[in-house]
Design a protein around this ligand. Structure first.
Ligand code: SF4
Ligand code: SF4
Length: 436
């Protein structure tokens, strides 16, 4: 089905941009090696939808200070930010960083020109402006991501809506489509309303203490994964702290030309204040952002030193005497772009799942192609995202797996919205724990 070559030059664990030379946006060699890795080129088959052309547009914005056309802007905006192009670029072009910088420039320009809202969150196709309503919806979305108290106040609303039976009749009125809310509404799951406890102690001999990063939206909509993480960490002998002052990782802000500095500084201060062995994340999208916090001061270094992926931590600290119950399920592993192209630690998931005796574990075919979720991309570019999801769903169906696991909440939500069966690998592991 997919005929792209997997041309990854990076060895697992090798950090991005660790090569001898990181060219800036003006120094792309135009070699075109990145083209085959790009999901938007796969969809559109035109040069404008390649990383190489986007780098050219970024160069105009960042290096040459030239205006870009509406068409160039649309093609730039079509980027799903999977960063597959980074992994194959022989010049180690830091595409993700350059893209974020370009968006900041465009946002600043938009403000200066009284442009309505950041184009990626205009909740529109191709960056078209739908006026004041969407401007306020985008502002509300940012506020909800930023502000825990706002989330706590507003979270009962989706819960009431889902329980009310209004979903079907409201969908049939077409009102949601008119308000450009249909795509977001289709992704709605039942939120957890109660806050997690601040700490999850253990009664058995303690081996250490870790902190858990919960995310913003995932804290409410991916509660099962967080509870599985707590259960597993306790089972391997670790007490877990869940500091309530933690906030969003900042990824949505950063990738949409907004400042994530406040969110970053807050997380660094909150987690650095804890006496823990490690700070663990469960969603690879958040983990990728957390691992790329650029703060070079002592606080930033301490934060990065203790930051870890929960799959790797569990694998490294798994006690010899902890046996999981057997399972005969056939599992396919979906490798999120944030894991495959940024964290590069997907092998830990396979190794960890081998702790379940009898389980058959295999990679999902075409893991090098994005599923379309792409942070807020599934909302801002529903048609493009939908095409990518349809391709991924064909691959899932062909895998004949009983379960598909994905380490990223965003990918799982998006793939499940259209009938899924995708879950976090931690859920699978936690279910096989011996009854204590
Ligand atoms: S692979 Fe790298 S250097 Fe070559 S065209 Fe793509 S971005 Fe430019
Ligand atoms: S980040 Fe992904 S979608 Fe964007 S240019 Fe690179 S490969 Fe294409």
């Amino acid at each position: 089905m997919f005929d792209f070559m997997d041309m990854s030059y990076d060895e697992p664990g090798e950090p991005l941009g660790s090569g001898p030379y990181i060219p800036d946006a003006g120094e792309c060699m135009r070699c075109g090696i990145c083209i085959a890795s790009c999901p938007t080129f796969r969809m559109f088959q035109i040069d404008e939808e390649t990383p190489r052309r986007r780098i050219r547009t970024i160069s105009k914005i960042l290096v040459e200070n030239q205006p870009i056309s509406a068409e160039e802007r649309m093609h730039l905006d079509n980027c799903v930010q999977c960063r597959a192009c980074e992994t194959v670029c022989p010049s180690r072009m830091a595409y993700g960083q350059l893209f974020d910088q370009a968006r900041v420039q465009l946002s600043l320009k938009a403000v200066a020109e009284h442009y309505k809202i950041p184009f990626a969150l205009s909740l529109s196709k191709g960056g078209r402006d739908f006026g004041m309503l969407n401007k306020w919806m985008a502002k509300l979305a940012f506020k909800l991501i930023e502000n825990k108290r706002w989330r706590a106040w507003l979270m009962p609303l989706p819960a009431i809506y889902l329980k009310s039976g209004l979903q079907k009749p409201l969908r049939s009125t077409g009102l949601l489509k008119k308000l450009h809310l249909a795509n977001a509404e289709a992704l709605l799951g039942k939120p957890a309303l109660r806050a997690l406890a601040d700490s999850y102690p253990i009664s058995v001999t303690k081996r250490g203490r870790v902190a858990l990063f919960t995310g913003c939206i995932a804290e409410h909509f991916d509660r099962e994964t967080l509870l599985a993480a707590l259960k597993l960490l306790n089972a391997i002998g670790y007490e877990v702290l869940v500091p309530p002052q933690q906030g969003c990782c900042g990824a949505i802000h950063q990738h949409n030309g907004q400042s994530a500095a406040g969110l970053i500084d807050n997380n660094i201060a909150v987690f650095n204040a804890l006496e823990v062995d490690a700070v663990l994340h469960t969603a690879t999208g958040c983990g990728a952002m957390l691992s790329e916090y650029q703060n070079d001061d002592e606080a930033g270094q301490l934060f990065r030193q203790r930051l870890g992926d929960i799959n790797e931590f569990l694998l490294e600290h798994w006690p010899d005497d902890l046996q999981l119950a057997a399972s005969e399920l056939k599992v396919a592993v979906h490798e999120p772009c944030s894991q495959r192209n940024i964290l590069k630690n997907q092998q830990a998931v396979y190794a960890l799942l081998q702790k379940i005796p009898g389980l058959t574990v295999a990679a999902l075919a075409d893991n090098n192609i994005c599923c379309g979720s792409g942070g807020s991309y599934m909302l801002t570019h529903p048609d493009n995202a939908g095409q990518l999801r349809a391709l991924k769903q064909q691959v899932i169906a062909a895998s004949s797996a009983d379960v598909v696991v994905s380490g990223n909440f965003g990918c799982a939500v998006y793939l499940n919205a259209d009938g899924g069966g995708v879950e976090h690998p931690l859920l699978l592991l936690a279910r096989q724990l011996p009854v204590m």
